[in-house]
Design a protein around this ligand. Structure first.
Ligand code: NI
Ligand code: MN
Length: 227
């Protein structure tokens, strides 16, 4: 079995593995990078890292159409349940064994208000264990030394923000790679808006030169396979 990871631009990924299709942070409507629309994307589970509009995005509409279960912090899960959606709430540090694999919420240093300004709980990243592979999706976060602890478990793929302004920029993301020591790095959260314009290829070159760790830049619509 292998795990397939597809980038849809900004913070949105599809991860196929463990017999399920996971959609992360489906900001598709209004996302200039999106390669797929909210009316056509498929999902069994939707993982939402925090309530900001560029992450919660089209979650409600997609979950309503597909019947997907929303996995997020307690506040976002409760918000989704109140709208009649299937949801499962977790909190930072907590994990749960789903049919496809384990999801644990990790610390993200960021904010998490809903688009209307109401409280969205704590922002998070995701540590996913699927088919014996470990994927760390950092979410919107600054650099944190907790990444060293997360990396000690052994990470196959680390998905890290590099946009700066709202999250880590390339310099701190490079330090995150050094703390995490993953097998593979994929950058995200760049290029969507002028304030987060970055050169992902230059970042990838720096990662390889400094750490010897492979860094793959995915264009929206592009996939990689974790063997
Ligand atoms: Ni955010
Ligand atoms: Mn964001």
């Amino acid at each position: 079995m292998s795990i397939r990871v597809t980038y849809h631009g900004h913070a949105c990924f599809t991860i196929e593995g463990g017999g399920a299709k996971l959609l992360i942070d489906p900001f598709l409507s209004g996302n200039p990078q999106a390669d797929i629309g909210p009316e056509e994307v498929e999902a069994d589970y939707i993982l939402v890292s925090h309530a900001h509009g560029d992450h919660l995005g089209d979650t409600v509409a997609i979950a309503r159409r597909t019947g997907a279960t929303v996995i997020s912090n307690h506040e976002i899960a409760t918000y989704c349940a109140a709208q009649g959606l299937n949801s499962h709430g977790l909190h930072i540090g907590g994990g749960y064994q789903f049919p496809f694999g384990r999801v644990q919420l990790t610390i993200a240093h960021h904010g998490s208000s809903f688009p209307d300004g109401s409280y969205g709980g704590n922002p998070a990243g995701f540590l996913l264990t699927i088919e014996g592979r470990t994927i760390y999706f950092a979410g919107d976060t600054g650099l944190t030394y907790d990444m060293k602890l997360i990396g000690e478990k052994g990470i196959d793929l680390a998905i890290l923000p590099i946009g700066d302004n709202y999250t880590m920029g390339p310099d701190d993301a490079l330090r995150a790679v050094e703390l995490l020591q993953p097998r593979l790095v994929v950058p995200f959260h760049y290029g969507t808006f002028p304030v987060i314009e970055q050169d992902p290829a230059a970042f990838a070159t720096r990662v390889v030169a400094k750490t010897g760790i492979e860094c793959r830049v995915l264009k929206p619509g592009e996939s990689l396979t974790l063997a």
